[in-house]
Design a protein around this ligand. Structure first.
Ligand code: URP
Ligand code: ZN
Ligand code: ZN
Ligand code: ZN
Length: 455
C-alpha cells in the first residue's frame, strides 16, 4: 500500500522545508509540492514535522551481563524503540565461552530474527586477539557487520581487552574496512577502587560513581586516542560522560584526527547526585553519570561537533535485579533504559530552542548511518531511501511514566520527564508501526541491515 504524507515540514540534517512525501514498496519515491497519488493512503501532517527515524547505534537487548540478562528481549526492545521514533537499532554481540566471533553473531541474530519489530544490525565485541580473530572479522565485514567494539573496562568480568590486543584489533580494522568503538574507562583502577571501598564498608550506589570518577574515563580515553593517532586509525568512543573525555576528543579532532564520540541522554540530563538518591541503584551504569561541569561540556561538545552521535546504551535491568546491590554497589547490574526516550528527549530540546531540529536529526539519524555504514539506505529523507520516518507533533505534550513505556520494565529513570512535543507516528520501511499511542507491528518484520564502510 502506498502512503502519501501531505502538508508536513520535512526536516533533514541539512534542511527544513514544506513538502509532500510519497512512499511505495518500503521506499521514499517522491518528495514535492502537491503530489497526487489516488491509490495511496493519505496522512495529513499539517502542523507536524517529518523526520528520519532515529538509529540507536548502542543498545544491549537480552545481553548476558552483571550476573543476569538485560531485561528487554528483541521483541520488547524493538517495540519500545518504535514507540519512541527509533526505526533501527545496532545491538552488541558478546562471545559466550568457547564461541567464535561468527558463532556469537549467528546466535544473537537467530534470537533477533523472529522478534524484531524494526530493522537491526550488530556490532561484535572482541575481548582478545586469537589466531582466527582477523579471519573472523573479515568474514563478519563481508556479512554486513563492519563494526567491532572493545572494552578497556570490566576487567573482572573478562570483557576487558589488553592494550597489546587493542592495538592489533585497531590495525586489523584499518586493513579490512572495519571501525572500532571503544568503551574507555581504566579497568584496573576501577577494580582496585571497588575493592577498597567495599573493604571500608562503603557500599552505597554513590561509591559506584566514586569507583569510576572522571580521571578513570579520561585516562582510558587519552590512551585510546593516542593509540588511534599513532596507528592513524579512526576510532569511535562510546558513551562519553566526562568533560575531560570531551576535551580529549576536541584536541584530537582539532589536530585533524578522525576521532568520533557518542554520548547518551542520561549524561546530558542527570548529574552524579542521582547516586545519592534512594533509587540511586536505578541510575547505575558505566561510565557513571558525572557532575554538572561534565554535563555542560557534553552539550558544548555537541555544539562543536566533537560528539557526533547520540545513542542510548539501552541496557535495562529489573528493579529486583538492581536490588541485588543494596548492600554492595558492585552487585548492581550496570545499565539504564532509554531507547524509547532518546528521540523525544532530544526533539524536546530542539522544540525549546536549545539546538536545531536539523542538529538532532544529524546526531540521532544521519551521523550514525554514516559512521556505521548504512547511509545509502537509512538516516535521510530522499527518494530511494528506506521509508523510515517519524511524524512529530511539536504541540503534543507528554509526560514520561513507566506505565506508558513499552519496555519490559516497571520503572524508568525518565519518570516524570515533561516533554513539549512528541512523535505521533513511526513508519518503518513504509509500514506504520506506531500511531498515536498504539503499537501496530508484528514481531519478525524487522530486517537485518547489511552495512558496509566502503564508500
Ligand atoms: O552500564 C552499562 N553501560 N551497561 C552496558 C554495557 C556497556 O558498558 O555498554
Ligand atoms: Zn560500555
Ligand atoms: Zn553499552
Ligand atoms: Zn502501549
Amino acid at each position: 500500500m502506498a502512503l502519501l504524507i501531505k502538508n508536513g515540514k520535512i526536516i533533514t540534517a541539512e534542511q527544513s522545508y514544506q513538502a509532500d512525501l510519497l512512499i511505495e514498496a518500503e521506499k521514499i519515491v517522491q518528495i514535492g509540492k502537491d503530489i497526487k497519488a489516488p491509490e495511496a493512503e493519505i496522512i495529513d501532517a499539517a502542523g507536524k514535522y517529518i523526520l528520519p527515524g532515529a538509529i540507536d547505534a548502542h543498545v544491549h537487548m537480552q545481553m548476558p551481563f552483571g550476573g543476569t540478562v538485560s531485561a528487554d528481549d528483541y521483541a520488547a526492545g524493538t517495540k519500545a524503540a518504535a514507540c519512541g521514533g527509533v526505526t533501527s537499532i545496532i545491538d552488541f554481540v558478546t562471545q559466550a565461552a568457547g564461541e567464535t566471533l561468527v558463532d556469537s553473531l549467528k546466535r544473537k541474530e537467530a534470537a533477533c530474527i523472529p522478534q524484531a519489530h524494526i530493522d537491526y544490525g550488530f556490532h561484535v565485541c572482541i575481548t582478545k586477539m586469537a589466531e582466527n580473530t582477523v579471519a573472523e572479522m573479515k568474514e563478519l565485514v563481508a556479512y554486513g557487520v563492519p563494526t567491532f567494539k572493545v572494552f578497556t573496562a570490566y576487567k573482572s568480568s573478562g570483557l576487558m581487552i589488553e592494550d597489546g590486543d587493542l592495538v592489533e584489533v585497531m590495525q586489523a580494522a584499518k586493513e579490512i574496512g572495519a571501525r572500532i568503538s571503544v568503551h574507555a574507562e581504566n579497568g584496573s583502577i576501577i577494580d582496585n577502587r571497588v575493592a577498597k571501598f567495599l573493604a571500608a564498608g562503603k557500599t552505597s550506589a554513590w561509591y559506584h560513581y566514586l569507583s569510576r570518577p572522571e580521571f578513570v574515563e579520561e585516562e582510558a580515553t587519552l590512551r585510546v586516542i593516542n593509540l588511534a593517532k599513532s596507528l592513524d586509525v579512526p576510532v569511535y568512543i562510546v558513551h562519553l560522560a566526562s568533560q575531560e573525555g570531551v576535551k580529549a576528543v576536541n584536541r584530537a579532532r582539532n589536530e585533524g584526527y578522525e576521532i568520533y564520540a557518542e554520548t547518551c541522554p542520561q549524561y546530558l540530563h542527570f548529574t552524579k547526585d542521582v547516586y545519592k538518591q534512594d533509587n540511586g541503584k536505578d541510575f547505575v551504569c558505566s561510565p557513571p553519570i558525572k557532575g554538572q561541569a561534565s554535563q555542560d561540556e557534553l552539550w558544548r561538545g555537541i555544539e562543536r561537533g566533537d560528539i557526533s552521535v547520540l545513542a542510548t546504551d539501552h541496557c535495562p535491568f529489573t528493579a529486583e535485579e538492581k536490588e541485588w546491590g543494596k548492600d554492595d554497589f558492585s552487585k548492581i547490574p550496570n545499565g539504564c533504559m532509554g531507547v524509547e526516550n532518546i528521540y523525544p528527549y532530544m526533539l524536546d530540546k530542539a522544540n525549546q530552542g536549545q539546538l536545531t531540529f536539523n542538529k538532532v536529526v544529524e546526531l540521532c539519524a544521519s551521523n550514525p548511518a554514516k559512521l556505521f555504514g548504512c547511509s545509502d539506505q537509512k538516516g535521510a529523507i530522499a527518494p530511494g531511501y528506506d521509508a523510515d520516518i517519524v511524524i512529530y507533533d511539536p504541540e503534543q505534550e507528554f509526560t514520561v511514566t513507566a506505565d506508558k513505556m513499552h519496555s519490559n520494565l516497571n520503572y524508568t529513570i525518565w519518570e516524570g520527564l515533561e516533554l513539549s512535543g512528541y512523535p505521533v507516528t513511526t513508519i518503518s520501511r513504509g509500514e506504520i508501526v506506531y500511531n498515536n499511542g498504539e503499537f501496530l507491528a508484528e514481531p519478525g518484520r524487522g530486517k537485518f541491515i547489511a552495512r558496509s564502510l566502503e564508500a
